[in-house]
Design a protein around this ligand. Structure first.
Ligand SMILES: NC(=O)c1ccc[n+]([C@@H]2O[C@H](COP(=O)([O-])OP(=O)(O)OC[C@H]3O[C@@H](n4cnc5c(N)ncnc54)[C@H](O)[C@@H]3O)[C@@H](O)[C@H]2O)c1
Length: 434
């Protein structure tokens, strides 16, 4: 089938490429000319494992193309996915102007039936708004459908997730829309055996927000328990393991740490709180989830203050700038908070990340970045671990200790065994463990 994917970011590029790989003919549209130029020259604007090979292979097979022209995208395919950004607005409500803009632009070029599919994460009832906008900006009377198909892939394993989804959720208003989406996903459904859930549009929209908010709640819950562990002399790793073996709870998202970040959880929880408010429900549980998340960062900052006493002029190495391993995405990453706070206190920062350095450098061009973690730790009076990159676990701890001026580590991801670290002579502090 022919498919147009509007927005060639983390979601659009990965899903568009995945659709090409399963045999569809895909045109990706993005209004960022630099991004499209890079992609046309086979250079990746983002890091995601396995993506580059897949993009190049499908470009070679002429099943994947890129353009900045929404007109070309509208004319190209019957099904148009919208995977543009929905960043947070001023009061926590998502900024839907990009989605609205695509709706207007597609309407202006539509001459035949089109199915517009919301893949971006949007609040419930965005489908209705999108439908109204398209109707309003149509130049001639054309039949069209709007559908919702929220995306559940995770950065860091996005390519794998796109081929092996837990479920595919579609919200539709017509048989035709359901049939078209089923046809698109058929190869993935038969390969992965995942469920294809058809529901109405508001339910599909809400499924996404509820899922992300629930996962954020799980993270804040375990972080809150980690604070109690610190006060009670218990070990959060053991507590979480004991909890996670209960199949009603499950082990995932029970890792205490520095709190959630990234481009989705903070904004999606915010959006859900805001939306519930608008509908007349005060979602206090989620407000508390947000408060705990912020508190977790502040708690770690206090540990740094406690460790160093005076932060000014202290050399602090930071391992991990990406919001999680496997991605170069730094949106809402904990590193942004800590770098900003530590710079206010006039610390001297040395930074290492295996793939996110360039993105971080565009925000902080004048800081010291290193390719090698041991080089980064040289002369440090404190090492702060913010992303659980596997490279950190493999580091030669004896050499790390030798490189640092004072072997103090604050580990926001519980990557090492506290007893081993102490035995090696580190002053090691982590989250929720004695
Ligand atoms: N990143 C994730 O892990 C993830 C997972 C699930 C859902 N989502 C949701 O998917 C959506 C996209 O997220 P993302 O991380 O891919 O964002 P992104 O910022 O990486 O990509 C969005 C792309 O849309 C393009 N764009 C914006 N307006 C446009 C327009 N009018 N015409 C053409 N292109 C336009 C931008 O240039 C950008 O390349 C968001 O709603 C997000 O919440 C993201």
């Amino acid at each position: 089938m022919k498919i147009t994917m509007v927005g060639a970011g983390y979601v659009g590029l990965v899903t568009g490429t995945c659709f090409a790989e399963i045999g569809h003919n895909v045109l990706c549209v993005d209004n960022d000319a630099r991004k499209i130029e890079m992609l046309t020259k086979r250079r990746m604007p983002i890091y995601e494992e396995g993506l580059e090979d897949l993009v190049i292979r499908n470009m070679d097979k002429e099943r994947l193309r890129f353009t900045t022209s929404i007109k070309e995208g509208t004319e190209f395919a019957e099904v148009i996915f919208i995977a543009v950004g929905t960043p947070p607005g001023y009061h926590g409500e998502p900024n839907l102007s990009y989605v609205e803009q695509v709706g207007r632009q597609v309407a202006a070029h539509m001459t035949d039936y089109r199915l517009l599919v919301e893949k971006s994460t949007v609040p419930v009832n965005t489908g209705i708004q999108l439908k109204r906008t398209v109707s309003k900006y149509l130049r001639e009377k054309v039949d069209f459908d709007v559908a919702s198909n929220p995306e559940f892939l995770r950065e860091g394993s996005a390519v794998h997730d796109a081929f092996n989804p837990d479920r595919i959720v579609v919200g539709v208003e017509s048989e035709r829309a359901a049939r078209l989406l089923r046809e698109i996903y058929e190869p993935i459904i038969s390969r992965s055996g995942c469920e294809f859930l058809v529901m109405n549009i508001p339910s599909a929209e809400l499924t996404k927000h509820a899922s992300n908010s629930f996962l954020a709640t799980k993270i804040s819950f375990i972080n809150a328990v980690s604070r109690v562990c610190e006060l009670a002399g218990a070990d959060i790793e053991q507590v979480a393991h004991g909890m996670g073996l209960d199949p009603r709870i499950g082990p995932s998202f029970l890792r205490a740490g520095v709190g959630y970040g990234g481009s989705c959880f903070p904004k999606d929880v915010d959006a859900f709180v805001h939306l519930a408010d608008q509908l007349g429900y005060d979602f206090r549980l989620l407000r508390e989830v947000q408060r705990i998340n912020q508190g977790q960062r502040e708690h770690l900052l206090r540990k740094i203050q406690h460790e160093l006493w005076v932060i000014q002029d202290k050399v602090i190495a930071i391992f991990g700038l990406a919001f999680k391993p496997g991605t170069d995405d730094i949106r809402e990453a904990p590193s942004l908070y800590f770098v900003s706070e530590l710079l206010k206190e006039k610390a001297k920062l040395r930074l290492w990340d295996p793939v996110a350095t360039e993105k971080f450098r565009s925000v902080y061009p004048d800081l010291d970045y290193f390719d090698d973690p041991l080089e980064c730790a040289k002369g440090a009076e404190l090492l702060l671990i913010l992303t659980d990159w596997p490279q950190i676990r493999q580091i030669d701890l004896a050499r790390l200790k030798e490189a640092m001026k004072c072997p103090a580590i604050i580990d926001g991801r519980n990557m090492f065994d506290p007893r081993t670290m102490r035995e090696m002579g580190f002053d090691y502090s982590c989250v929720g463990r004695p």
